[in-house]
Ligand binder design. Structure first.
Ligand SMILES: [Zn+2]
Length: 199
């Protein structure tokens, strides 16, 4: 049994069972306690597909383009990680790899792996374990921290060289709200319910 509190009048009640598309209303003051969005699986799946495309762009294209004395060079996420490793910055290199490449990719793949079978009503024996991992991987995905670092470097280095943002930087800028939105709109209760139904 789970207890929930009303944000308006502080009344405490047992969390009621609410059908998909319905909402729970406070018995005392009539405020909405929570909603069960009927389309949560479809909306999050669409955002997860968009996030996957952005993730590929963010990894495949240059993040920054430098131009020093007429010579242009490009830096991708992977080349940055390997350059850090070669300079002996093993910990920084590993953290960047984990938080900006591995964790977001795992997060998006797990979402696709859980949500696509639910939408198409396929049997998915791994759905339960995969959905538990969605929550576990989440704290490790920290692309925004990395992006702030890139922005600071961009401003500092712009005095020394001609630096332009590459396609990957724009992809990152879009990827962060897309993935955050997918996770915010995901209603775990409905996902667990639909997993039970398709078992
Ligand atoms: Zn209330």
């Amino acid at each position: 049994m789970t207890l929930i509190g009303c944000h308006h009048c502080d009344a405490v009640a047992k969390e009621p069972w609410v059908p998909d598309g319905g909402s729970a209303i406070c018995r005392r003051c009539g405020a909405t306690l929570f909603r069960r969005h009927r389309k949560t699986v479809e909306v999050t799946l669409a955002l997860a597909v968009a996030a996957w495309i952005l993730l590929i762009l963010a990894n495949a294209y240059p993040l920054l383009i430098f131009e020093i004395q007429g010579q242009a060079s490009e830096s991708t996420l992977a080349s940055g990680v390997s350059a850090l490793w070669r300079q002996g910055e093993y910990a920084v290199s590993a953290i960047v790899f984990l938080t900006t490449m591995l964790a977001p990719a795992c997060e998006v793949l797990l979402l696709l792996f859980v949500l696509a079978p639910l939408h198409f009503r396929w049997r998915n024996p791994g759905g339960v374990i995969a959905f538990r991992w969605v929550e576990r991987v989440r704290p490790w995905s920290m692309m925004e921290v990395f992006l702030i670092g890139i922005m600071v470097a961009l401003v500092k280095l712009s005095e020394m060289a001609d630096i332009r943002p590459g396609l990957a930087l724009w992809a990152f800028l879009l990827l962060i709200p897309t993935l955050a939105g997918a996770l915010a709109l995901l209603d775990p209760e409905i996902v667990w319910r639909r997993i039970e139904e398709t078992k």
